[in-house]
Structures are given as structure tokens and as C-alpha cells.
Design a protein around this ligand. Structure first.
Ligand code: ATP
Length: 241
């Protein structure tokens, strides 16, 4: 579905992402981990057109994403949730999801259809009944589910999830993990997921990609990553520095 080749992103003299190759398959949940500053968010930004790579290509179902604007990438079927929750707090829960349903779809969607998709996404994440609440009044956990609903309302083929577990209790992390797994199982969505909370990412991913200082240092099943020497060293380096 998505095949990235030699993706490189520089900021001045800093190579934030350095010649990275990876792929995401149909209905696959792939984790993206690595110490702080490893280049994870930058890699997401290269996919979504926010920071196009200086080199490399990103093929999505036979189409080149490099050169497309963030809007075009979204409309092509790649949704994204953000690390810092970006809800419009004064707007209602339904209005928040409507923005995803209207702007994320490639075909032009009527307002009625957008509202149906938004309500459906809210039901999917368990926020039905809260449509008229102000988004700012939701708990952190519910605001994270709302972020997922915004992404899913665009009916994407791939959703990029950025550190959705931060600040949640173990039970809430479990719930959000289940929503992500159901998105794959029931809606056929592929997931590329940055997460620092290892238990969450180890439990549901098919594969994990590890970045360190911009380079891909491992790509394998959770079991393989757990016992990978280079990965252990990268995280130890982080603790020591
Ligand atoms: N817009 C930017 N301009 C300049 N440097 C940047 C920019 N965005 C990121 N960087 C640098 O690129 C490197 C990779 O940062 P990035 O945010 O991608 O890492 P990360 O793995 O997502 O880290 P974290 O886990 O802390 O979120 C860092 O050294 C960072 O300072």
C-alpha cells in the first residue's frame, strides 16, 4: 500500500530523517518507535506533505505522495491524528468531526453525507450521545478518541497516529488501543503509529520500525524488536545522555 524509499529530510545541517526505506501493508498495524528526537514526527511530516523530503519517494497505491500538499494527501486517503490534541474546544464534538468528514474526502461530500459519516465515526469510537457537548469539556481520553473519530470520518485507507497514549491511564490506553485495532479489523484501515508507551504498541502491532538519529535501525515483529540489541543500545544511549 505504502512504500517509502530512501526518504531523507534535512533541516539546515541536521539530517532528521536519513535514507529511510519502509513499507506499510494492507490492513497492517505498524508501530514507529525510537528515542526522543529520532525523527519519528518528521517522518510522518514527510508522508503528509507538511515537510516534503529532500530526497526519496513515497508511493501510495501506485501514486507518488512527494510533492502533494497536506490536503491532497488527506484526500488521497491518508488521515492523521496529532500528538497535541487539536480539538476546537469551543465547537461541539460533532462540529469537530465534521471538519474531518468534509475536508478529508476525495469526492465532494454533501453536508448530509458528511454528517452521517461524522456521526458514524463518533459511534465507532464510543462518543455517540456526546455530539452536542463542547469538545473542551471532554476528558483527555475522550478527546483522543475524538481525534481518531476525526481521522476515521474521512474514511481513510491509512491513518497515522501520533503518540495517542500520552497522558492516559492504563485502562484508557487499552480502550484507545482497542479502537485502533477495530479500525483495522472492521474498517480495513492500515495504521502507522508513533508511541512511547511500549505495552500499547507491543500488544497490537504486526510490525515495529525503529528509528534512531534519523536512521532506521530495526524493522520486525514486536518479539524481534524486544530482543534486538541495536534497539536496546539506542534506548540505553538515551538514558545515559
Ligand atoms: N521544523 C523543524 N526545524 C528544525 N529542526 C527540526 C524541525 N522539526 C524537527 N526538527 C529536528 O529534527 C530532529 C527529529 O525531530 P522529531 O520531532 O522528528 O523527533 P521525534 O522522534 O518525533 O521526537 P519525539 O519523540 O521527542 O517527539 C530533532 O533534532 C528536531 O529538533
Amino acid at each position: 500500500m505504502l512504500t517509502a524509499t530512501n526518504v531523507t529530510k534535512r533541516f539546515g545541517g541536521l539530517v532528521a530523517v536519513d535514507g529511510v526505506d519502509f513499507s506499510i501493508g494492507e490492513e497492517e498495524i505498524v508501530g514507529l518507535i525510537g528515542p526522543n528526537g529520532a525523527g519519528k514526527t518528521t517522518l510522518f511530516n514527510t508522508i503528509t506533505g507538511v515537510h516534503p523530503p529532500n530526497e526519496g519517494s513515497i508511493d501510495f497505491d501506485g501514486e507518488e505522495l512527494v510533492g502533494k500538499t497536506p490536503n491532497q494527501v488527506a484526500q488521497r486517503g491518508v488521515a492523521r491524528t496529532f500528538q497535541a490534541v487539536r480539538t476546537f474546544n469551543e465547537s461541539t464534538v460533532l462540529e469537530n468531526v465534521l471538519t474531518g468528514a468534509v475536508f478529508g474526502n476525495s469526492e465532494s461530500v454533501s453536508m448530509n453525507e458528511a454528517e452521517d459519516r461524522a456521526r458514524d465515526a463518533l459511534e465507532f469510537v464510543g462518543l455517540d450521545g456526546l455530539e452536542s457537548e463542547e469538545a473542551g469539556s471532554l476528558t483527555i481520553a475522550d478527546r483522543k478518541q475524538l481525534e481518531l473519530a476525526k481521522g476515521l470520518s474521512a474514511q481513510p485507507e491509512l491513518i497515522l497516529v501520533d503518540e495517542i497514549g500520552a497522558g492516559l491511564t492504563p485502562k484508557e490506553i487499552d480502550e484507545i488501543t482497542q479502537t485502533i485495532e477495530r479500525a483495522r479489523d472492521e474498517r480495513g484501515v492500515s495504521v502507522f503509529w508513533i508511541e512511547h508507551i511500549m505495552e500499547a504498541i507491543m500488544s497490537v502491532t504486526d510490525r515495529i520500525i525503529v528509528l534512531n538519529r534519523g536512521e532506521k535501525i530495526a524493522d520486525g515483529t514486536p518479539e524481534e524488536i524486544r530482543s534486538n540489541e541495536a534497539v536496546t543500545q539506542a534506548y540505553l544511549g538515551e538514558v545515559e545522555s
